[in-house]
Design a protein around this ligand. Structure first.
Ligand code: NAD
Length: 329
């Protein structure tokens, strides 16, 4: 998928409400956390343009998670309303369990239900080991991991009761290895376990839980701790390709009733969309009667790590069936 006239229009505040047929969200209520800026704003604008009533949550603090400001959430609500959409601002802190419950209460009080939760709010406190201290870890886990956990948990009974729901979590390709933001990468890794496991529980309730790994230029991209990634260093074409509204269509797909996947991780941004999967090599099967030795591991290292016959388990049970196939059913 590439930039369309529709996504380009998202970048302008005066974008008119899109009444075109297609993937609509009429009658749906969406909660988008951290929707006052960056990616969350783009997600909220697109969902609203397609007919969803949106709770625009944002605490409005710094990118490191300090302070608060009602301005960003209110600005996005005004933007949605100016385009003919329906939205309400919510400034609860998703880094607190009571804030997450109050946020879902806002959706139910204002719009009577909650169909979609886009867990997007995030902070970034660059620090590596051992400087990354417990405060860094806890605050990062509070917003990214516990915020997602508690907001989803608050919405869950409503979704189960109505037999329908869509949950989107937000991970990061930083999880592949991000030396200077250790707590962030740790929290984003945990969200993958959360997403995939909750998806198994969700299936029988008509709920789907998927994860997006975005790629866009936003506040954290211009952190002083990452001097090599500044907007001034990027050419105009690259800046355009890294617009937040080029990520939002994937989030809208995962939030739509036609979403065909559950428990998946999708990478989105820079005009590319991709599946990120967790694979396991076929490995080496030690067939001897003796306890395997360290030398046996060394000898068979290439077989253990050979990626040619890898498989992609959908769940723990799925993995067991392949990994322990030699033990029989
Ligand atoms: P951003 O700083 O522009 O937006 C994040 C928003 O979340 C801010 O408006 C902030 O006020 C809000 N927020 C922070 N803590 C909150 C809290 N406790 N309660 C409510 N709102 C809170 O950053 P962004 O790049 O748009 O990030 C959005 C999400 O995407 C984050 O989860 C981030 O980790 C993730 N992400 C972004 C990229 C990227 O390329 N920009 C890459 C990977 C992952």
């Amino acid at each position: 998928m590439s930039a369309t006239p529709e996504t380009a229009a998202d970048a302008t505040p005066e974008a008119a409400l899109d009444a075109a047929p297609g993937h609509r969200f009429d009658g749906r209520v969406a909660v988008v956390t951290g929707a006052g800026r960056g990616l969350g704003r783009a997600h909220a604008l697109l969902l609203a343009r397609r007919g969803a009533k949106v709770v625009v949550n944002d605490l409005g603090g710094t990118k490191e998670g300090e302070g608060s400001d009602a301005g960003p959430a209110n600005d996005v609500v005004r933007e949605i309303e100016a385009a003919g959409g329906v939205a309400v601002a919510d400034t609860n802190n998703v880094g607190r369990e009571d804030g997450c419950h109050a946020l879902v209460d806002t959706a139910v009080r204002e719009f009577g239900r909650v169909d979609i939760v886009v867990n997007n709010a995030g902070i970034s406190r660059f620090a590596t080991f051992p400087e990354a201290d417990s405060e860094n870890l806890e605050l990062t886990l509070d917003v990214h991991l516990r915020g997602t956990w508690h907001t989803t948990r608050a919405a869950w009974p409503h979704m189960v009761k109505q037999g329908y729901g869509r949950v989107v979590t937000t991970t990061s390709t930083g999880m592949f290895g991000l030396r200077d933001n250790l707590a962030y990468a740790t929290a984003k890794g945990a969200l993958i376990g959360f997403t995939r496991s909750l998806a198994l529980e969700a299936a029988e309730h008509g709920i789907k839980v998927n994860c997006v790994a975005p790629n866009a230029i936003t506040r954290p991209s211009t952190s002083a701790a990452k001097p090599n990634i500044t907007t001034t260093a990027l050419d105009e074409a690259r800046l355009q390709a890294l617009r937040t509204d080029l990520v939002a269509p994937m989030v809208a797909y995962l939030a739509h009733e036609d979403c065909a996947v559950n428990g998946e991780i999708l990478v989105a941004g820079a005009q590319r969309f991709a599946r990120w999967f967790l694979g396991v090599t076929s490995g080496y099967h030690s067939k001897g009667q003796q306890t395997p030795t360290v030398e046996e591991i060394t000898e068979h290292w290439d077989e253990i790590t050979d990626q040619s016959g890898y498989y992609v388990p959908a769940s723990l049970h799925d993995w067991t069936a392949t990994y322990m196939a030699h033990l029989g059913a």
